[in-house]
Ligand binder design. Structure first.
Ligand code: PMT
Length: 401
């Protein structure tokens, strides 16, 4: 692996595991620079990390560099990836708030490279609202997070907060750096956003979908080499480059476009939130006040996913989403069957950080042969995981390659 990786080590008992992280990265061929916080040096010596990384270890911002490069800027520019292992609650709080008061946080603030955090802390600190809020902020800004796992902690507690194992962290690094092109040659259609059902020229029925989940899937599929069509309801997001975006407004629009576009697709992922009902007779003029009550008659819209399944082309993989507020998994499994899907992403939209308009999500990917639950992560990260599942399904269950 030809990559420049900066490993940040902060002050936690798991700091000793950073040695193995650095050693494994070096064995894979990466160039590794280590930045330690002063607290980290209480747990492990810079000399140890200097020896395994074969590079000088930086701790202080103001130690004179041997070269004329400004230390934090040089490493910020040089890095292809930052790995912070362990990442303490303090480091996450500083990152979330843009605090730059030592070499590590200064470099992190200056870099444009992706950052992978491996949190390690006491369970109480991890579950504290402040840490969880900081986690959401960092995920929303695109940070990748691995772990923490559960187990017995150095403080004697048993629970969440254990740093992921070095081999897991390094596998994640490989995943991040060796961007896959595993969808090259495949046509992927994604739906995103809400629909609007007109009441009159100035009013409509809709929902809170922002389109972020569907757009994240479309962008991830594009980056993995797919030819992507994005059918989008009205949203405030910029059209992704290199993606064929087809705007729709109503569920009937979506229905018509889907029946036309789906036959040529290999994979269809429906993250949109189409309205189930429309106004029977929208008014051509703005409605005037009509006393204390007004009755609007709604008629059912077609089930787009079901219609797509009914005309499924041979070998197509159909993925739906289920936005639920109760009995999430049972309802999602029922929708998987009723809509004739191969896979459904169950989304409990009542969970903090999940569902409509957030930058993060929590979901369970369900097929007829199994289920995988993904914890809080950015919508982009979840998009990657969904595509991993779809790719595996495409290969294994569908027998294609
Ligand atoms: O857009 P964001 O703000 O990022 O929010 C993401 C999301 C919450 C919208 C997304 O993660 C999600 O859950 N999308 C599905 C929303 C939805 O309509 O769920 P549903 O359970 O009502 O529908 C199930 C499936 O049937 C969906 O794939 C939906 O696209 C499809 N459907 C629904 C109604 C309809 N008339 N026709 C359909 O095809």
């Amino acid at each position: 692996m030809k990559a420049n990786i900066v490993v940040g080590v902060t002050g936690g008992i798991a700091a000793y595991k950073a040695v193995e992280v650095v050693s494994r990265l070096r064995k894979l061929g990466a160039t590794v620079d280590v930045i330690m916080t002063r607290n980290a040096t209480q747990f492990i010596t810079p000399l140890t990390l200097e020896t395994v990384s074969a590079n000088p270890v930086t701790v202080d911002t103001f130690v004179r560099e041997r070269s004329w490069e400004v230390g934090h800027v040089a490493l910020a520019h040089k890095a292809d990836l930052f790995v912070i292992a362990p990442a303490t609650a303090n480091l996450m709080a500083k990152m979330a708030h843009g605090i730059a008061d030592d070499m590590l946080t200064t470099t992190l603030l200056a870099t444009k490279a992706p950052v992978l955090l491996a949190p390690a802390m006491n369970t109480g600190m991890w579950t504290a609202p402040a840490t969880q809020e900081n986690l959401r902020t960092l995920l929303a800004r695109g940070a990748r997070v691995i772990g923490p796992g559960s187990g017995s902690l150095a403080c004697g507690d048993v629970g969440e907060g254990r740093m992921s194992e070095p081999e897991e962290i390094v596998a994640e690094v490989e995943r991040l750096l060796c961007a896959k092109r595993d969808l090259a040659g495949l046509r992927v259609l994604v739906t995103a956003g809400p629909t609007r059902e007109r009441i009159d020229p100035v009013r409509y029925l809709s929902n809170d979908s922002s389109g972020k989940m569907g757009y994240a899937i479309a962008e991830a599929a594009r980056d993995r080499g797919a030819e992507v069509t994005l059918i989008s309801g009205p949203v405030a997001l910029a059209a992704p480059q290199g993606v064929d975006v087809v705007p729709v407004e109503t569920t009937m629009d979506l229905y018509r476009v889907m029946l036309e576009r789906c036959p040529g697709q290999d994979i269809i992922i429906q993250a949109a939130a189409p309205a189930d009902y429309r106004i029977e007779t929208p008014s051509e003029q703005k409605l005037k006040k009509a006393g204390q009550k007004r009755t609007l008659t709604l008629v059912e819209n077609p089930d787009v996913a079901r219609a797509v399944a009914a005309q499924r082309a041979a070998g197509q993989v159909l993925v739906g989403f289920a936005a639920e507020t109760q009995d999430t998994l049972a309802n999602a499994r029922e929708k998987l069957e009723r809509k004739g899907l191969d896979m459904i992403v169950a989304n409990d939209v009542t969970l903090e950080g999940a569902g409509f308009a957030t930058d993060t999500n929590i979901a369970t990917v369900i097929t007829r042969s199994g289920e995988t639950t993904y914890p809080l992560m950015s919508k982009r990260e979840l998009a990657e995981r969904i595509l991993d599942s779809v790719r595996a399904y495409f290969r294994d269950d569908r027998g294609a390659e």
